[in-house]
Design a protein around this ligand. Structure first.
Ligand SMILES: *[C@@H]1O[C@H](CO)[C@@H](O)[C@H](O)[C@H]1NC(C)=O
Length: 425
């Protein structure tokens, strides 16, 4: 079949399939596939490494009464076990599945990194670590955080700070995301925000702000927010597949801040797929605003990245069975815009490790073989692939809306109000 015939076949299919869009992986799944390929964990773990420590927070300045609760940090003692101290410390949200887990494995394989896996279900994650050969106390630690709760995010940050002590946090990877295209009506968190807005964007905004002091202590601090092709309207995946991300004048967000239960930032009717795309657009606007506001004074490199469309991902767990079966095949053979989970993990790990990725304000992508989901770089007539396997990383161009400075400022202000951090930064 000629490429054109394939294209003709592919395009109508792509609409039937809905978006070849959500780019990366979720974390909050309850229906994870568990891989049993790896060897069992080492029989003896260092006894110091797995002890739970109870830490009492020093009295301090925080207004929140909950902050005064004693902390129970179920983390290996950094200054007793000492096994992590020669390593760079990385926090990854949504580390228990998909891209987050693949990245954790990639970093553990490289050595030199100790990953704090921020996850909703600690026990499940500990089991997965065993199955995957990730040694707690040596490669990883598991610490609970539910991104659907601001309280939980604050508690995570307090635990982490207590655990780190004077140690710097070297990398913060905001990866976790939920994608809820099947919902007819919005689901709200207990904080009153639409689920994908809070999990994907607001809680990460809060987490980043809470951990700035720890990041600042590092010699090469980086904060990577996993982006999405869907926030990038320069691409076919992001621009042409309805619905597209669009924040409008953010009147919906203003209503939310007045306490009116509102799902969508633009104030229009709820659409789960669009809520996801909007939240990823907020992620990308946030990355640039962080860069503008904080890079010079903190030396933290704020970046975003798109690992390529990982068609196997759990992000599609809410799609029908036939879709999940066919979509990877479609992406791999028809569009070429497919990247395997391990390779996507290596890509995110590259933004953690590669010296080139110490540059701030960049949206990293990889110029693999993909063409149909390629980006038309201004001044060039060749689309650069943004999804396929292989290739090297390059500085991608964000869509006009994702580069809108005024919107980025508004996202910052509204997010600060939403999470109760008006006074920060
Ligand atoms: C950060 O510093 C660079 C180099 O000194 C300067 O060009 C840039 O304008 C500064 N950015 C901000 C947002 O202040």
């Amino acid at each position: 079949m000629s490429p054109l015939a394939v294209l003709a076949l592919a395009l109508p299919l792509s609409h039937a399939f809905v978006p070849p869009s959500p780019a990366h992986l979720p974390s909050l799944s309850s229906s994870r596939r568990v891989s049993l390929r790896r060897s069992p964990p080492p029989a003896s773990l260092p006894s110091t490494a797995l002890q739970a420590t109870t830490l009492v927070r020093p009295t301090s300045d925080t207004k929140d009464a909950k902050d005064k609760e004693p902390l129970t940090a179920d983390l290996p003692p950094l200054l007793g076990g000492l096994r992590a101290i020669n390593k760079k410390i990385v926090v990854i949200t949504g580390a228990s599945s998909g891209l987050g887990l693949a990245t954790t494995k990639s970093l553990a394989k490289q050595g030199g990194y100790f990953v704090v896996m921020a996850v909703r279900d600690k026990e499940k994650t500990k089991r997965i670590c065993k199955e995957e050969g990730l040694e707690e106390g040596k490669d990883v630690a598991v610490l609970e955080m539910d991104l659907a709760s601001f309280d939980s995010v604050r508690k995570f940050a307090r635990n982490l700070k207590a655990w780190l002590g004077p140690q710097p946090l070297d990398r913060l990877i905001c990866n976790a995301a939920v994608y809820l295209p099947h919902l007819q009506a919005p689901e709200f968190t207990k904080d009153g925000y639409e689920m994908s807005l809070q999990v994907n964007h607001l809680s990460h905004f809060l987490l980043i702000n809470l951990l700035l002091p720890e990041l600042k202590k590092s010699k090469d601090p980086r904060c990577v927010i996993v982006g999405s092709i869907t926030g990038n309207t320069n691409t076919i995946g992001g621009g042409l597949v309805w619905p597209r991300a669009e924040l409008g004048d953010m009147r919906g967000w203003r209503r939310m801040l007045k306490g009116q239960r509102t799902a969508m930032i633009d104030g229009h009717n709820f659409n789960g797929a669009k809520a996801y795309k909007d939240s990823k657009l907020c992620n990308m606007l946030l990355m640039q605003e962080l860069d503008r506001r904080l890079h010079n004074s903190t030396n933290i490199a704020f970046t975003s990245m798109y690992p390529g469309c990982i068609a196997e991902t759990n992000l599609f767990r809410n799609k029908r069975q036939w879709f999940r079966k066919l979509f990877p095949v479609f992406m791999k053979y028809v569009t070429g815009g497919y990247v395997s989970e391990p390779e996507a993990g290596d890509r995110l790990a590259q933004t953690v490790a590669d010296p080139r990725c110490a540059k701030s304000g960049i949206y990293w992508s990889w110029n693999g073989g993909a063409r149909m989901v390629g980006v038309l770089v201004p001044g060039s007539d060749t689309p650069v692939g943004a999804g396929g396997s292989g290739g090297d990383l390059f500085e991608n161009t964000l869509s006009d809306e994702a580069q809108d400075k005024k919107k980025a400022q508004m996202v910052w202000e509204y997010s600060a109000k939403a999470v109760g951090l008006d006074d920060i930064a």
